[in-house]
Design a protein around this ligand. Structure first.
Ligand code: ZN
Ligand code: ZN
Length: 392
């Protein structure tokens, strides 16, 4: 029997080396040619033959086939960095003004680790594993781009597992993992509303239709979506993050713009708040003799973990780490993750890989001093492999 724990631990120095290499050369969004080339090179070194690159731009998919027939598992890692200038002082810190400040460098390295381990235990693997290296998670474009380019086809992916490292959830420490049956993260949609009135002199408001006054009424009424229209037991977020209108202290402007985000944990509540948001903007503006144009940019759907897959992950992780090191995440977050696009198509589960330092000295995600505890990278790679060997 392949000892996943022992072999994953033995691979940790290599996983750290991969992570540092990727960390030193961060790339943004859909444009990750260097990261793609590096991942390709390392996958080929492992002897993996069935590799597709350029999937959805710069995504990479590598297929590892077991010796016995079975279904296909997708393991997904995101590879993109952030437009943040690094200030960690680490010897492998990025110097190009961008930074892996969310830990996606570690995700890529852990998935390479899983690939390396799976190639060592192919004779015990049933079915196949598709390693999915995805660009552009931070802006939610990478997963839909890869799916549109056939990431879940040829062969058809039957289940999918992904992870996030760092400190996104409380309650577990580095070296453990957090699982979550059901809703784990929110949908994320963006809105831009343009209120149009009729501009004029600040001294004669009665001769104008004031779009700032409309925006203020709408802003207030929007609060009732959460407080009066949604069940107190159904979490939703309506955030107006910017309002811009006007240029001078004696001019009523002709228009005013409002931007922000809507979040929800179920497809039903997501659809409900989108509809009510639009109605309130349009009808309050209309009642005040103006008009509103609502534009949505739809991003990730709610991230809902399949309960049966999550249970399988609980068993796999408990086998690897001991049941006392597998925690259930009790509170979902209203943050979003574009792995939800994959989990909308195939049943699967996303888990949390805590890697913040035990001394509490870690900086939050997206911070210029963000860093992780590299000694636990084997836990992510090992959990992927243990699941792959046991889920069918
Ligand atoms: Zn992030
Ligand atoms: Zn992230």
């Amino acid at each position: 029997m392949f000892d996943v724990k022992e072999r994953a631990k033995a691979l940790n120095p290599q996983i750290i080396e991969w992570r540092r290499h990727i960390h030193a050369a961060p790339e943004l969004g859909l444009e990750l040619p260097q990261t793609e080339a590096f991942v390709l090179q390392e996958l080929r070194k492992m002897g993996i033959e069935k590799i597709r690159s350029g999937v959805g731009g710069h995504g990479v998919i590598a297929l590892i086939e077991g010796t016995a027939p079975g279904r296909v598992l997708g393991l997904r890692a995101d590879m993109d960095a952030l437009n943040v200038a690094e200030d960690t002082g680490l010897p492998f810190a990025a110097k190009n003004g961008w930074m892996h400040a969310c830990g996606h460098d570690a995700h890529t390295a852990m998935l390479l680790g899983a690939g390396s381990l799976l190639m060592q235990c192919r004779d015990e693997l049933r079915g196949a594993v598709s390693l999915i290296f995805q660009p552009s998670e931070e802006n939610g474009l990478g997963a839909p781009a890869m799916i549109a380019d056939g990431a879940l086809e040829n062969p058809k992916v039957d289940a999918l597992v992904g992870l996030h490292t760092g400190g996104l959830w409380k309650g577990a420490v580095a070296g453990e993992i957090g699982i979550c049956p059901g809703a784990m993260m929110a949908s994320s949609d963006w809105f831009t509303v343009t209120f149009t009135g009729r501009g004029g002199h600040g001294a004669t408001p009665h001769l104008t239709v004031d779009p700032i006054s409309i925006a203020c009424q709408v802003y207030t009424t929007l609060q009732t979506i959460v407080s009066r229209e949604t069940s107190p037991l159904t979490p939703v977020v309506v955030t107006v993050a910017s309002i811009h209108g006007g240029t001078a202290n004696n001019v009523i402007p002709p228009a005013c713009r409002m931007e922000g985000t809507l979040r929800a944990l179920t497809p039903e509540s997501r659809a409900f708040i989108q509809e009510r948001f639009r109605q309130i903007c349009e009808e309050v503006a209309h009642a005040m003799r103006g008009s509103a144009t609502v534009e949505y940019q739809f991003s990730a759907p709610p991230l809902v973990n399949d309960r049966a897959m999550t249970e399988k992950l609980r068993h796999a992780a408990a086998d690897l780490l001991g049941p006392e090191h597998v925690h259930e995440i009790e509170e979902p977050t209203m943050g979003a993750e574009d792995v939800a696009f994959f989990l909308e198509k195939v049943p699967g589960t996303f888990f949390f890989h805590p890697s913040f330092r035990a001394d509490g000295q870690s900086f939050p995600h997206h911070h210029p001093k963000f860093d992780i505890d590299e000694s636990v990278l084997w836990v992510g790679a090992g959990t992927f492999v243990q699941f792959a060997l046991s889920w069918q």
